[in-house]
Design a protein around this ligand. Structure first.
Ligand SMILES: Nc1ncnc2c1ncn2[C@@H]1O[C@H](COP(=O)(O)OP(=O)(O)OP(=O)(O)O)[C@@H](O)[C@H]1O
Length: 310
């Protein structure tokens, strides 16, 4: 197991941020960790990485007790906090990598070739010599991710890595992470508010609610359990009248005078294929995309379905 957590609890005076969590994650897995603001995600990550001491219970990361073996663990994991930097603010990005290579005691040629790989894949070349404080958010996050991966860790822990990034930067980062996992088999533990992150990067999702595990399964299983709606966006070859009355679907919007129409549906009640078949008699579809429900909505529905809590 790359992560093992048993009865993990952390109190801050009156607040119980993490309240008896138990789960395991096998090596090589990619897991999304989601929950509302203040649900306990960052606190969990801090205990997994040896920054915070559990009040009760056990966390084991890469088979190590994070607090006791913090140094050893640091060589085997990479961590990115989207809202906090691990880079040296006033130094050129390249110097942070040099310092980190020294901290991890990487042999020079190995560090140089790893940096070259990361710089190429993350497109860092243009700003390697720019002081970190002058980087755009997207550039800095790419730098953070490279810094976290420089020593080729077995496990990458990301806390809100795409927060504040524009669509293009988010996408580049996701493509990079998918590639890295395919190349190196890096395990991934990803706390995020972004459903697309979860959808693209992970195969299992853990939902935390008031420090307790509220769901452990696939994203499809989660949306099905809460009955969240997905939206199919249809781009038509010619404008058509409103596509209402499709069985199992609800017309959620018409744009461009009928050229683009959105139909929402609940997985389990109908399928995209059935919707397309029903629509085919009335309009010709040129292109389609599926919009995932947003994470806040899914989590809210899950929380509501769990009430009243003990
Ligand atoms: N150092 C601290 N002192 C006191 N309370 C804290 C501390 N750190 C976290 N908390 C509280 O613990 C709870 C869980 O916080 P945590 O940061 O783990 O949540 P989160 O799920 O990461 O939220 P977000 O999505 O907003 O980052 C919150 O109520 C928070 O206010």
């Amino acid at each position: 197991m790359i992560i093992e957590v048993e009865g993990l609890r952390r109190r801050f005076k009156a607040v119980t941020a993490v309240d008896g969590l138990t789960f395991t994650i096998p090596a090589g897995a990619a897991v999304g960790y989601i929950g509302a603001n203040g649900a306990g995600k960052s606190t969990t990550i801090k205990m997994l990485t040896g920054i915070l001491k559990p009040t009760e219970g056990v966390a084991r990361t890469c088979g190590l007790e994070p607090l006791r073996h913090r140094r050893q663990l640091a060589r085997r994991i990479g961590v990115v906090f989207g809202q906090r930097s691990q880079l040296w603010w006033d130094l050129p990005l390249r110097d942070s990598f040099r310092a980190l290579a020294a901290i991890h005691r990487l042999a020079r040629p190995a560090a140089a070739s790893r940096l070259a790989e990361l710089a190429e894949r993350l497109d860092l070349g243009e700003f390697l010599d720019t002081p970190v404080r002058q980087l755009s958010l997207g550039q800095r996050i790419r730098g953070e991710v490279a810094a976290a991966l420089l020593h080729s860790p077995e496990l990458l822990i990301l806390d809100e890595p795409t927060i504040g990034l524009d669509v293009l930067s988010k996408e580049r980062l996701r493509v990079f992470l998918i590639e890295q996992r395919a190349l190196h088999g890096t395990s991934l533990f990803l706390a995020t508010h972004d459903m697309d992150d979860v959808h693209r990067l992970t195969e299992r999702v853990l939902v935390v609610d008031h420090g307790r595990l509220a769901f452990d399964g696939t994203l499809a299983g989660l949306t099905e359990q809460v009955g969240a709606e997905r939206i199919v966006v249809l781009d038509l070859t010619e404008p058509a009248g409103p596509l209402d009355g499709v069985p199992g679907a609800r017309l959620a919007g018409v744009e461009g005078g009928g050229l683009r129409q959105r139909l929402s549906f609940r997985p389990g009640e109908t399928t995209v294929a059935a919707i397309l078949t029903a629509v085919a008699a009335r309009a010709q579809v040129h292109d389609l995309t599926i919009e995932e429900p947003d994470i806040e909505a899914v989590v809210r529905r899950l929380y509501l379905s769990r009430e009243p809590r003990s």
